[in-house]
Design a protein around this ligand. Structure first.
Ligand code: HEC
Length: 139
């Protein structure tokens, strides 16, 4: 995603957070997940999660909507499965095929600062915040 687009989404998130602040405590976890999602996922899955990001058309498989994951599982958001699909390192789900393995990517960026053990915690936190964000956008 171009930087300017990312800055734009960051601005929108800030505005949403500001409005949310008027109505109650800001949902900090969701905001982190949303920012991570915009950075790592929206290019393919779209800003609203409908599978219509600008990169989706270059994929040789269809990029799925991520707003119907609960609906596809009898109304229950499949949190663990989603975490494993995003992580990619467990071999569960499709992300080893059309997608970067986010667990490895996040690990690579965290390991220099935090060492292997610390980095693993950061990776899991990032993935969980994205999964929680997805849970919050289910139809
Ligand atoms: C390069 C494009 C691309 C990016 C970036 C991307 N995805 Fe995907 N994603 C796909 C495609 C294509 C599929 C369909 C299956 C496949 O990978 O073969 C998919 C499948 C999925 C699925 C499974 C959906 C289902 O119906 O079972 C989930 C969950 C998912 N992605 C979440 C994410 C998250 C969260 C991120 C960001 C951390 C992300 N994706 C980033 C292209 C992408």
């Amino acid at each position: 995603m171009p930087d300017s687009l990312f800055r734009h989404s960051a601005l929108v998130s800030a505005a949403v957070a500001a409005v949310g602040g008027l109505m109650g405590p800001p949902a900090l976890a969701d905001e982190t997940g949303r920012t991570e999602y915009m950075y790592a996922c929206s290019a393919c899955h779209g800003e609203s999660g409908l599978g219509d990001g600008p990169v989706a058309r270059y994929m040789n498989v269809e990029t799925p909507s991520l707003t119907t994951l609960a609906a596809a599982h009898d109304g229950v958001f499949p949190l663990l499965e989603v975490i494993q699909v995003i992580d990619g390192r467990t071999g569960v789900g499709p992300h080893g095929t059309a997608m970067p393995v986010w667990g490895d990517r996040f690990m690579a960026s965290a390991i220099e600062d935090s060492g292997r053990y610390g980095a693993e915690i950061i990776v899991r936190g990032r993935i969980l915040s994205i999964a929680r964000y997805l849970e919050s956008i289910q139809e």
